[in-house]
Design a protein around this ligand. Structure first.
Ligand code: SF4
Length: 912
């Protein structure tokens, strides 16, 4: 157990171990971590800290952070065209390359594509360099894919990109509506907070609005599985119902809002009666009425929404349709009330604050004349950008067309994460100069870089991040920089200096950058005439931190912005005074005409693809896939298809299927269930080409974007699904790295003491045993003997079953391959565990090629990643008398750490 230290922490020596407080590297919940550091062997142990986002909890991903920091997969030296170079050579190459292109083609011929994984200080100097010194708006961030619709929705309604509330509101509400958010898997710690609160307050209602039945439905009193893309109809319908039920707060609206009448007219027009609306949404009319009734009669209502709302060609309207209902009822800026956008990434909010989106300038200022002039003066900027730059999808289109000739990609993997991902790959292949800064050596994007710049990783980076509730926290460097890796802010500053911009980029450390950023937020940020309680021009103001000493910066405790003279301790909620950031200080209720997704199903592409995240992986898996325990729950890219569609298409559970759209193709493992509605399919967004030959779902996803936010429509693409008629299926487990064989389906995953490949192909496997031996790295049996290994084989030619194992002279398993004519192969968990043994006992050795564990040893597929508890162990506990998830937890620990597997444990209980 790690000793907890007080709230304002730098570092301390406790029993010769260094303890530091930092934050998690993944989702927007922004959990705090207490890390115990062992510098000698570069290891770190993590537990949840007393941070106000998580109060000690961590989810499976956060808990496994210590397993992701080894140097094995790191990019440790700068490279130019595959050759290791010095930092000086690499920085000169980048600076000269960018300068030459700018000189020849102008500033808009270059671009930065950055990331919500960067720290605020990195983000700040990247934005300053592009918009203030290079003179182009061409810096955009992968947050474009995550919450740019919320940004625009906030600005349209509030006049600023302001998150009104805080996490505490969820624990004060009486109705919690979760829209387009699988909170249980995507923001697990927040889900656990809500769950605990609901358990203690059974009268609190939870409504889940999602086309898919997700794990989040586990705590739902009501699930509304609306049709993909129909959210604006739903919330227009709610506004209409609020009006009909006389639940509009006219006193509040008259004083603080405008636009209600036309919004209600538009809502009436799109809603029809409750039956028509229910039919439009494809939901039960009684359920719809129940939701409207609960919302109408529950003052303390919070509506939390996420990517299911944002990732749409009408995402901004969807956001405003939710905000409309809160403004019309005056349920905003008060305890337990408000719309709340959950951000995906750890520092998406920090990116918004510095101006990392191409359509914002800096510090929540836009490209208006006053702001351009103000920022120009503040930065003493020689070439201030005067218009927005190209946003993500358009940026990569411009790269492909040759308009942009040099791009610098920082801490992100667009070849996997952007829609129409093959086009992104083509664009980078054509681009004159591709610079990639990353901490990982082999990502789909790093593979295409002319210049590779090794950046520090989570355990080394030092700066600040902002979570979904506007809370700024310190991420603290735990370990010395790996190899020759450098912090992103340092790399950017060094390039800027070499481009001739020494004066603006001579910061000595990250604290100095933070002070400059904080001071800009407060620069000329007051209204000439003080309006009631608010005298600030802009919402983002952390000028109260601008004079922090290095020591204060090191020590500062998490705080919610704004932090200024009015709010020296930060602020939980904006808009308590009903004053917004529009010119007349009134919020805007918008008239919204709902729109369907741009590409609708057709005869050739009759199904609708929805994409999202899974529980134990993060983004493009470049870091989470390094933790073997996170690869156990779901190890392959999958496609979830409704039972009725599967029957119609004559598909079988576990087989491989092709997913095709007009844009591309993906191959994945089929899961048949009723989580998706008939007509919809779901696939995870995580798998890369580095980890799977054909598993990138974003090659399939259409590149349509929202008109206002330019956020891609990642939740709706017309596709077809067909069987992939593999002649054989197999898997290979090996202590050594396995070279990829020549077959269509390949997925690799790291196990504890082994590497795993899932493989299948359309062509008959010739000479199976020798081929399998070959996959394990041996040309023939003679070479195996020479290596002192024992070869075990099993073959049943008539059934086309083939198995080989290699065991060393100590009795330890070195490799294992199994091939069958169909997907019904032995479960991999027990087989993988045999690699953890220094020597196989006789029982295990006998059982090995049967594929079946000896009695009592088979734990089944892993369900609880935190404690590696398998499905069969859980079934055994249930059969032994455990009647609920709590009893299962008490008996075998499953579900007792992060709790993310509890919905699945409940499903197993139902099944048993
Ligand atoms: S919920 Fe999980 S992934 Fe998100 S910040 Fe917390 S520990 Fe990290």
């Amino acid at each position: 157990m790690i000793t907890q230290v007080g709230p304002l922490i730098s570092s301390d020596k406790i029993t010769s171990k260094l303890i530091k407080k930092t934050v998690c590297a993944y989702c927007g919940v922004g959990c705090g971590i207490t890390a115990e550091i062992n510098e000698t062997d570069r290891t770190v142990t993590v537990v949840g800290s007393d941070h106000p986002a998580n109060f000690g909890r961590l989810c499976s991903k956060g808990s496994a952070l210590s397993d992701t920091i080894s140097l094995d997969e790191r990019l440790l030296e700068p490279e130019i065209n595959g050759q290791q170079v010095t930092w000086d050579q690499a920085l000169n190459k980048v600076a000269n390359g960018f300068s030459d292109i700018i000189k020849q083609h102008g500033p808009d011929a270059v671009a930065f594509y950055v990331s919500g994984q960067l720290l605020t200080e990195d983000y700040y100097v990247a934005n300053k360099l592009m918009k203030g010194f290079i003179g182009s708006g061409n810096i955009d961030t992968n947050s474009r894919l995550c919450m740019s619709s919320s940004v625009v929705g906030h600005k349209r309604a509030f006049g600023a990109d302001t998150v009104p509330g805080c996490y505490e509101d969820f624990e004060q509400a009486e109705l919690i509506t979760l829209v387009g958010s699988n909170t249980a898997w995507c923001h697990p710690v927040l889900f656990q907070r809500i769950k605990k609160y609901k358990e203690a307050n059974p009268n609190v209602k939870v409504v889940v609005i999602d086309p898919r039945k997700t794990q989040t439905c586990d705590i739902a009193d009501l699930h509304l599985p609306l049709d993909l893309g129909t959210d604006t109809w739903l919330f227009n319908g709610l506004l209409n119902a609020l009006n009909q039920n006389k639940k509009i707060n006219h006193t509040y609206v008259n004083e603080h809002c405008e636009g209600l009448d036309s919004a209600i007219l538009a809502a009436e027009k799109s809603s029809g009666d409750i039956f028509e609306l229910a039919e439009k949404l494809s939901v039960d009319e009684r359920d719809l009425s129940t939701f409207f009734d609960w919302f109408s009669h529950t003052e303390k209502s919070v509506t939390l929404y996420s990517q299911g709302v944002n990732q749409s060609s009408s995402g901004t309207d969807k956001v405003n349709s939710i905000i409309n209902c809160h403004l019309a009822t005056g349920r905003i800026g008060k305890e337990g009330m408000g719309p709340f956008s959950m951000t995906g990434q750890p520092n998406a909010m920090g990116g918004r604050e510095v101006g990392g989106l191409a359509n914002t300038l800096a510090a929540h200022m836009d490209f208006d004349e006053d702001s351009i002039d103000r920022v120009k003066r503040y930065w003493d900027a020689p070439n201030i950008a005067t218009k927005p730059g190209l946003m993500a999808v358009d940026m990569f289109n411009a790269i492909e067309s040759g308009k942009i000739k040099a791009v610098w990609i920082m801490a992100t993997n667009p070849v996997v994460s952007l829609p129409n991902a093959n086009q992104v790959k083509r664009a980078l292949e054509k681009c004159e100069l591709v610079v990639v800064s990353d901490c990982i050596a082999d990502t789909d994007t790093v593979r295409l870089a002319n210049v590779k710049l090794p950046a520090t990783g989570w355990s080394e980076k030092d700066g600040t991040v902002t979570n979904s509730e506007r809370r700024i926290s310190r991420q603290r460097g735990l370990l010395p920089n790996a190899g020759n890796a450098q912090h992103d802010w340092w790399i950017i500053n060094e390039v800027a200096k070499r481009m001739g911009f020494e004066a603006g980029f001579s910061h000595a450390n990250q604290a100095e950058i933070f002070r400059e950023h904080a001071a800009l937020s407060g620069f000329e940020n007051s209204l000439k005439s003080t309006l009631k309680q608010s005298n600030r021009l802009r919402d983002f103001d952390i000028s109260g931190l601008q004079n922090f000493s290095d020591k204060e910066y090191e020590d500062f405790a998490p705080i919610q912005w704004p932090v200024n003279t009015e709010h020296p301790e930060g602020l939980k909620r904006f808009f308590e005074n009903g004053q917004f950031f529009t010119p007349n200080r009134k919020a805007k209720i918008l008239a919204l005409e709902p729109k369907l997704p741009i590409n609708l199903p057709t005869h050739d592409y009759p199904l609708r693809l929805n994409t999202g995240r899974i529980r134990d992986q993060w983004h493009t898996m470049t870091r989470t896939a390094l933790a073997s325990k996170l690869n156990q729950h779901i190890s392959e890219p999958f496609v979830e298809v409704n039972t009725k569609d599967a029957k119609q298409l004559k598909l079988n559970d576990g087989q491989l299927v092709n997913v095709n759209s007009k844009w591309g193709h993906m191959l994945g493992r089929l899961i048949i269930n009723d989580n998706c509605k008939k007509g919809d399919i779901f696939a995870p967004m995580h798998w890369t080409q580095a980890l799977s030959k054909n598993g990138r779902i974003n090659t399939v996803v259409n590149p349509e974007v929202d008109t206002f936010s330019k956020q891609p429509e990642s939740k709706h693409t017309p596709v077809n699904v067909s069987a992939y008629d593999a002649k054989w299926f197999g898997f290979a487990l090996s202590r050594e790295e396995i070279s990829w064989p020549n077959c269509d389906y390949i997925v690799s995953a790291k196990g504890k003491e082994h590497n795993r490949l899932e493989i299948a192909d359309y062509n008959t496997l010739e000479d199976p045993i020798n081929t399998m031996i070959n996959w394990l790295g041996f040309d023939n049996t003679h070479k195996i003997e020479q290596a002192g290994l024992e070869l075990l084989t099993y073959q049943d030619e008539s059934s086309r079953l083939f198995r080989v194992a290699l065991i060393d002279n100590q009795g330890a398993l070195q490799g294992l391959v199994m091939i069958a004519p169909n997907q019904h192969l032995p479960e991999r968990t027990w087989l993988g565990m045999q690699f953890n043994k220094t020597s196989l006992d006789s029982r295990s050795r006998r059982a090995l090629l049967s594929g079946y564990a000896p009695a009592g040893e088979d734990i089944g597929r892993i369900v609880c990643a935190c404690f590696s508890v398998g499905e069969k162990t859980i079934e055994k506990a249930i059969k032994g008398g455990c009647e609920n998830a709590a009893e299962v937890g008490a008996e075998i620990k499953a579900g007792t750490n992060c709790g993310s597997c509890v919905p699945e444990i409940k499903q197993i209980i139902l099944r048993c």
